[in-house]
Design a protein around this ligand. Structure first.
Ligand code: PLP
Length: 381
């Protein structure tokens, strides 16, 4: 089946017992056993819940993975992945990365003697050079957050596999509708489901999807049931409901984003526009080769810090808020929000500064969005 059909219908789809078209919310912590030594397949919802299972199976189908685990946040999902590593292991990460990922690595997991090294994964040579005997994984965000750098998933995976390392892709920015890292060679995909998959700025969720690698999936099963950061049934249902409209939302968001990015290039107070869908983006061709859509995340720099900061106060229709991927257009100030805790030297290297703004384009009327952004980006009023 094609993606659009899977998105609408899910894995099982309707409820076999009643015919309900909307998959039921199994709001139960525990399940009655038919007899000693027997199970319905469900025993306790931390480990397995039918609504969450439907979500997991649906996302596994979309990402072309063998298994999926739904977590209570994207960070819980990333935390589970980091528990795959042992003291002494070395992990290479994109240097232009979600700030929370940098924090969980540096503030928490480095104390277990896991070495994290941040490199520009859009530069294949830099990735190869960073490998050591102890390198166990490469963790890529592509397009990256917030500079929209594109990493070649296939080339990195081929090299990492020669070295016996796993490749993990944070696929939050494009969703499986536009990018399927496992088909390009990656081993694991992680999502902040909070973003495009939930799409309505109303749920916090995370997902991990894996290829059929028994040593990895068995350990993830243990991590999952032991730590208990699993997604609740109602949030799982909200996500199933959102995924039904994923293609429609993404198509409109991408269409709006291209128009806004093209317009931003004509704005006198804007100095740089970073959008993978613009033909002058350095990785335009790589994006076309490894994705089926450009997505709706745009970063841009303005002439002065004052313009950047006033625009946050002046936007009306566009909300000044953290997060992305929802139907509402959000303007984010990475240096003060998503990347506030990332080390300064990393931000300097990547180019995140006080003049950088990030826009998550929603599904509103694009002319209204441009009118609002135009007044917010006008100098000195
Ligand atoms: C938001 C985000 C996360 C963290 O997800 P939460 O759901 O907020 O815990 C991880 N990676 C990326 C790229 C994100 O945008």
């Amino acid at each position: 089946m094609k993606d659009r059909t899977i998105e609408v219908r899910g894995c099982k789809g309707y409820d076999r017992a009643t015919g309900a078209i909307s998959f039921p919310i199994y709001q139960s912590a525990t399940f009655r056993h038919p007899a000693l030594g027997e199970s319905t397949g469900y025993d306790y919802s931390r480990v397995k819940n039918p609504t969450r299972e439907e979500l997991e199976n649906t996302v596994a189908l979309l990402e072309k993975g063998s298994r999926c685990w739904a977590f209570s946040s994207g960070m819980a999902a990333i935390g589970a992945l980091l528990k795959l590593f042992n003291p002494g292991d070395h992990v290479i990460l994109s240097e232009d990365l979600y700030g929370g990922t940098v924090r969980i690595c540096n503030a928490l997991y480095s104390k277990y003697n896991i070495a994290f090294e941040y490199v520009n994964t859009a530069d294949l040579g830099a990735v190869k050079k960073a490998f050591k005997d102890s390198t166990k994984a490469v963790f890529i965000e592509t397009p990256s957050n917030p500079m929209m750098l594109v990493s070649d998933i296939k080339a990195i995976s081929e090299f990492a596999h020669l070295k016996g390392a796993l490749v993990i892709v944070d696929n939050t920015f494009l969703s499986p509708h536009f990018q399927k890292p496992l088909l390009l060679g990656a081993d694991l995909v992680v999502h902040s489901g909070t973003k495009y998959l939930c799409g309505h700025n109303d749920v916090i969720a995370g997902l991990v999807i894996a290829k059929a690698l028994p040593e990895v999936t068995e350990l993830l099963d243990v991590i999952y049931k032991s730590e208990g950061a699993s997604l609740g049934p109602f949030d799982s249902w909200l996500m199933l409901r959102s995924i039904k409209t994923l293609s429609v939302r993404l198509d409109r968001q991408t269409e709006n984003a291209l128009k806004i990015a093209t317009w931003l290039k004509t704005v006198p107070t804007v100095t740089d526009v970073y959008y993978v869908g613009l033909p002058d983006h350095p990785s335009y061709q790589l994006s076309q080769a490894q994705t089926t859509g450009f997505g709706a995340m745009i970063s841009f720099k303005v002439k002065t810090v004052a313009i950047a900061q006033q625009s946050l106060n002046k936007v009306k229709l566009v909300y000044f808020a953290e997060s992305l991927g929802g139907v509402e257009t959000l303007l984010t100030y990475p240096i003060a929000q998503t990347h506030a805790e990332a080390p300064r030297e990393l931000l300097d290297k990547v180019g995140v500064d006080e003049r950088l703004l990030r826009l998550s384009v929603g599904i509103e009327d694009v002319d209204d969005l441009i009118t609002d952004l135009a007044q917010a980006l006008t100098e000195g009023e």
